[in-house]
Design a protein around this ligand. Structure first.
Ligand code: DX5
Ligand code: ZN
Length: 238
Protein backbone atom coordinates (compact mmCIF):
# COMPACT_ATOMS: atom_id res chain seq x y z
CA UNK A 1 0.00 0.00 0.00
CA UNK A 2 1.77 3.11 -1.28
CA UNK A 3 0.39 6.04 0.72
CA UNK A 4 1.01 9.68 -0.11
CA UNK A 5 3.15 9.92 3.04
CA UNK A 6 5.31 7.05 1.81
CA UNK A 7 5.65 8.59 -1.66
CA UNK A 8 6.74 11.88 -0.09
CA UNK A 9 9.23 10.10 2.14
CA UNK A 10 10.71 8.14 -0.77
CA UNK A 11 11.24 11.36 -2.70
CA UNK A 12 13.23 12.79 0.21
CA UNK A 13 15.61 9.83 0.52
CA UNK A 14 18.46 9.54 1.18
CA UNK A 15 18.03 11.90 4.05
CA UNK A 16 18.39 12.40 7.78
CA UNK A 17 15.78 12.33 10.52
CA UNK A 18 16.85 14.58 13.34
CA UNK A 19 16.39 13.30 16.89
CA UNK A 20 14.59 16.04 18.75
CA UNK A 21 15.28 15.00 22.31
CA UNK A 22 18.91 16.06 22.18
CA UNK A 23 17.87 19.63 21.32
CA UNK A 24 17.79 22.47 23.81
CA UNK A 25 14.24 21.73 24.93
CA UNK A 26 13.77 25.13 26.56
CA UNK A 27 14.29 26.60 23.12
CA UNK A 28 12.73 23.91 21.03
CA UNK A 29 10.89 26.21 18.66
CA UNK A 30 14.12 27.99 17.78
CA UNK A 31 16.06 24.73 17.46
CA UNK A 32 13.47 23.24 15.11
CA UNK A 33 13.29 26.32 12.94
CA UNK A 34 17.09 26.24 12.55
CA UNK A 35 17.14 22.68 11.26
CA UNK A 36 14.10 23.28 9.10
CA UNK A 37 15.81 26.26 7.48
CA UNK A 38 18.72 23.98 6.62
CA UNK A 39 16.37 21.67 4.74
CA UNK A 40 15.69 18.96 7.33
CA UNK A 41 12.35 17.35 6.49
CA UNK A 42 12.06 14.63 9.14
CA UNK A 43 11.79 15.10 12.87
CA UNK A 44 12.63 11.95 14.82
CA UNK A 45 10.77 11.70 18.12
CA UNK A 46 11.97 9.01 20.53
CA UNK A 47 9.14 7.81 22.74
CA UNK A 48 10.39 5.79 25.70
CA UNK A 49 8.10 4.52 28.45
CA UNK A 50 10.60 3.61 31.17
CA UNK A 51 9.62 -0.08 30.71
CA UNK A 52 10.74 -1.14 27.25
CA UNK A 53 13.90 0.80 27.94
CA UNK A 54 14.90 2.45 31.22
CA UNK A 55 14.42 6.05 30.21
CA UNK A 56 11.12 7.90 29.97
CA UNK A 57 10.64 10.65 27.43
CA UNK A 58 7.56 12.14 25.82
CA UNK A 59 4.05 11.03 24.89
CA UNK A 60 1.16 12.06 22.66
CA UNK A 61 0.42 15.53 24.15
CA UNK A 62 4.01 16.61 23.60
CA UNK A 63 4.03 15.29 20.04
CA UNK A 64 0.76 17.03 19.32
CA UNK A 65 2.17 20.28 20.68
CA UNK A 66 5.10 20.36 18.25
CA UNK A 67 4.21 22.77 15.48
CA UNK A 68 6.31 21.98 12.43
CA UNK A 69 5.98 21.23 8.76
CA UNK A 70 8.59 18.48 9.08
CA UNK A 71 7.19 14.96 9.00
CA UNK A 72 6.83 13.60 12.52
CA UNK A 73 8.82 10.39 12.64
CA UNK A 74 7.67 8.71 15.85
CA UNK A 75 9.86 5.90 17.18
CA UNK A 76 7.87 3.99 19.78
CA UNK A 77 10.08 2.31 22.37
CA UNK A 78 7.15 1.30 24.56
CA UNK A 79 5.89 -2.03 25.84
CA UNK A 80 2.83 -3.41 24.09
CA UNK A 81 2.24 -0.68 21.50
CA UNK A 82 -0.93 -2.38 20.26
CA UNK A 83 -3.71 -0.19 21.57
CA UNK A 84 -1.39 2.78 22.13
CA UNK A 85 -0.62 3.39 18.46
CA UNK A 86 -3.87 5.29 17.74
CA UNK A 87 -3.00 7.97 20.32
CA UNK A 88 0.29 8.66 18.58
CA UNK A 89 -1.35 8.83 15.21
CA UNK A 90 -3.99 11.19 16.63
CA UNK A 91 -1.11 13.34 17.92
CA UNK A 92 0.07 13.89 14.35
CA UNK A 93 2.62 11.15 13.63
CA UNK A 94 3.32 10.66 9.91
CA UNK A 95 5.74 7.80 10.39
CA UNK A 96 5.20 5.32 13.21
CA UNK A 97 7.76 2.69 14.13
CA UNK A 98 7.07 -0.12 16.57
CA UNK A 99 9.67 -2.50 17.95
CA UNK A 100 9.44 -6.18 17.09
CA UNK A 101 10.57 -6.97 20.66
CA UNK A 102 7.97 -4.79 22.33
CA UNK A 103 4.89 -6.92 21.78
CA UNK A 104 3.65 -10.46 21.22
CA UNK A 105 1.63 -8.98 18.40
CA UNK A 106 3.88 -6.92 16.19
CA UNK A 107 1.92 -8.03 13.13
CA UNK A 108 -1.25 -6.74 14.76
CA UNK A 109 0.41 -3.41 15.49
CA UNK A 110 1.35 -3.13 11.81
CA UNK A 111 -2.22 -4.03 10.80
CA UNK A 112 -3.47 -1.36 13.15
CA UNK A 113 -1.24 1.19 11.43
CA UNK A 114 -2.55 0.13 8.03
CA UNK A 115 -6.07 1.00 9.12
CA UNK A 116 -5.48 4.39 10.71
CA UNK A 117 -5.80 7.76 9.07
CA UNK A 118 -3.14 10.45 9.25
CA UNK A 119 -4.46 13.12 11.62
CA UNK A 120 -2.71 15.90 9.67
CA UNK A 121 -4.54 14.95 6.49
CA UNK A 122 -6.73 11.86 6.22
CA UNK A 123 -5.77 11.43 2.55
CA UNK A 124 -2.04 11.31 3.27
CA UNK A 125 -1.84 7.93 5.02
CA UNK A 126 0.99 6.78 7.26
CA UNK A 127 4.39 5.20 6.93
CA UNK A 128 4.66 1.93 8.87
CA UNK A 129 8.02 1.03 10.38
CA UNK A 130 9.31 -1.91 12.39
CA UNK A 131 12.49 -1.52 14.45
CA UNK A 132 14.94 -4.09 15.75
CA UNK A 133 17.31 -3.77 18.67
CA UNK A 134 20.90 -4.73 17.94
CA UNK A 135 20.49 -8.15 19.60
CA UNK A 136 17.40 -9.25 17.69
CA UNK A 137 17.84 -11.60 14.72
CA UNK A 138 16.94 -10.05 11.37
CA UNK A 139 14.67 -13.03 10.74
CA UNK A 140 12.08 -11.34 12.99
CA UNK A 141 11.35 -9.06 10.03
CA UNK A 142 10.76 -11.76 7.50
CA UNK A 143 7.04 -12.43 8.12
CA UNK A 144 6.30 -8.71 8.14
CA UNK A 145 8.04 -7.65 4.97
CA UNK A 146 4.98 -7.55 2.75
CA UNK A 147 3.17 -5.18 5.12
CA UNK A 148 5.78 -2.68 6.22
CA UNK A 149 7.25 0.37 4.55
CA UNK A 150 10.38 0.81 6.61
CA UNK A 151 12.85 -1.21 8.66
CA UNK A 152 14.67 0.62 11.44
CA UNK A 153 17.92 -0.96 12.56
CA UNK A 154 19.13 0.30 15.91
CA UNK A 155 22.88 0.52 16.01
CA UNK A 156 22.86 0.90 19.77
CA UNK A 157 20.65 -0.31 22.60
CA UNK A 158 17.71 2.04 23.04
CA UNK A 159 17.63 4.54 25.84
CA UNK A 160 20.38 7.07 25.36
CA UNK A 161 21.77 9.22 22.63
CA UNK A 162 25.48 9.67 22.14
CA UNK A 163 26.32 5.93 22.24
CA UNK A 164 28.96 4.38 19.98
CA UNK A 165 28.15 2.53 16.80
CA UNK A 166 30.22 -0.65 16.57
CA UNK A 167 31.82 -2.30 13.55
CA UNK A 168 29.65 -5.46 13.43
CA UNK A 169 26.61 -3.27 12.81
CA UNK A 170 27.75 -2.53 9.25
CA UNK A 171 27.53 -6.20 8.40
CA UNK A 172 24.00 -6.29 9.80
CA UNK A 173 22.89 -3.50 7.48
CA UNK A 174 24.34 -5.33 4.49
CA UNK A 175 22.52 -8.52 5.54
CA UNK A 176 19.23 -6.65 5.97
CA UNK A 177 19.54 -5.12 2.50
CA UNK A 178 20.24 -8.58 1.07
CA UNK A 179 17.24 -10.00 2.89
CA UNK A 180 14.97 -7.34 1.38
CA UNK A 181 16.32 -8.04 -2.10
CA UNK A 182 15.82 -11.79 -1.75
CA UNK A 183 12.25 -11.23 -0.59
CA UNK A 184 11.69 -8.94 -3.57
CA UNK A 185 11.00 -6.07 -1.16
CA UNK A 186 13.91 -3.74 -1.95
CA UNK A 187 11.48 -0.83 -1.87
CA UNK A 188 11.21 -1.15 1.93
CA UNK A 189 13.16 1.79 3.30
CA UNK A 190 16.10 1.13 5.59
CA UNK A 191 16.71 3.49 8.50
CA UNK A 192 19.72 3.42 10.77
CA UNK A 193 19.25 4.82 14.26
CA UNK A 194 21.85 5.59 16.91
CA UNK A 195 25.54 6.31 17.14
CA UNK A 196 25.87 8.24 13.90
CA UNK A 197 28.46 10.99 14.10
CA UNK A 198 30.18 13.45 11.81
CA UNK A 199 33.05 10.99 11.57
CA UNK A 200 31.06 7.94 10.51
CA UNK A 201 28.04 9.31 8.64
CA UNK A 202 29.58 8.91 5.18
CA UNK A 203 30.53 5.33 5.91
CA UNK A 204 27.07 4.56 7.35
CA UNK A 205 25.35 6.21 4.44
CA UNK A 206 27.54 4.21 2.04
CA UNK A 207 25.94 1.03 3.40
CA UNK A 208 22.83 1.99 1.49
CA UNK A 209 20.62 3.40 4.22
CA UNK A 210 17.71 5.53 3.06
CA UNK A 211 17.29 7.44 6.30
CA UNK A 212 19.85 8.13 8.98
CA UNK A 213 18.73 9.24 12.41
CA UNK A 214 21.01 11.73 14.03
CA UNK A 215 20.53 13.36 17.41
CA UNK A 216 23.57 14.44 19.36
CA UNK A 217 25.67 15.10 16.24
CA UNK A 218 23.24 17.90 15.33
CA UNK A 219 22.40 19.29 18.75
CA UNK A 220 25.85 19.15 20.29
CA UNK A 221 25.77 22.63 21.73
CA UNK A 222 27.80 24.10 18.89
CA UNK A 223 26.54 25.40 15.55
CA UNK A 224 23.24 23.54 15.03
CA UNK A 225 22.73 24.96 11.53
CA UNK A 226 26.18 23.93 10.41
CA UNK A 227 25.81 20.50 11.99
CA UNK A 228 22.49 19.87 10.25
CA UNK A 229 23.93 21.04 6.92
CA UNK A 230 26.98 18.81 7.34
CA UNK A 231 24.91 15.70 8.13
CA UNK A 232 22.45 16.34 5.28
CA UNK A 233 25.22 16.94 2.76
CA UNK A 234 26.96 13.79 3.88
CA UNK A 235 23.97 11.55 3.11
CA UNK A 236 23.19 13.33 -0.15
CA UNK A 237 26.74 12.98 -1.39
CA UNK A 238 27.25 9.51 0.08
C1 DX5 B 1 18.08 5.56 20.92
C2 DX5 B 1 17.24 6.46 20.04
C3 DX5 B 1 18.03 7.20 19.01
C4 DX5 B 1 19.17 8.02 19.54
C5 DX5 B 1 19.75 8.98 18.51
O1 DX5 B 1 17.39 5.15 22.00
O2 DX5 B 1 16.28 5.69 19.34
O3 DX5 B 1 17.14 7.94 18.18
O4 DX5 B 1 18.89 8.65 20.72
O5 DX5 B 1 20.69 9.77 19.11
P1 DX5 B 1 22.23 9.81 18.68
O6 DX5 B 1 22.26 10.22 17.24
O7 DX5 B 1 22.81 10.81 19.60
O8 DX5 B 1 22.79 8.42 18.89
ZN1 ZN C 1 15.08 6.63 17.64
Amino acid sequence: MQTEALRTLRRLCPTISVGMLTADLMNLERELSIIQDEGVKLLHIDVMDGCFCPVMTVGPPFIKGIRTSMMKDVHLMVDEPVGKVPEYVAAGADIVTVHAESTHHVHRAVQQLSNLKNANDPERGLVRGVALNPGTPLDALEPLLSEIDMVVLLAINPGWSGQKLTAWFCDRVVKAKRMLEEADRSEVLVTIDGGVTRDNIRMVSGLGADIIVTGSAVFDGKDVAENARFMLDAVRQG
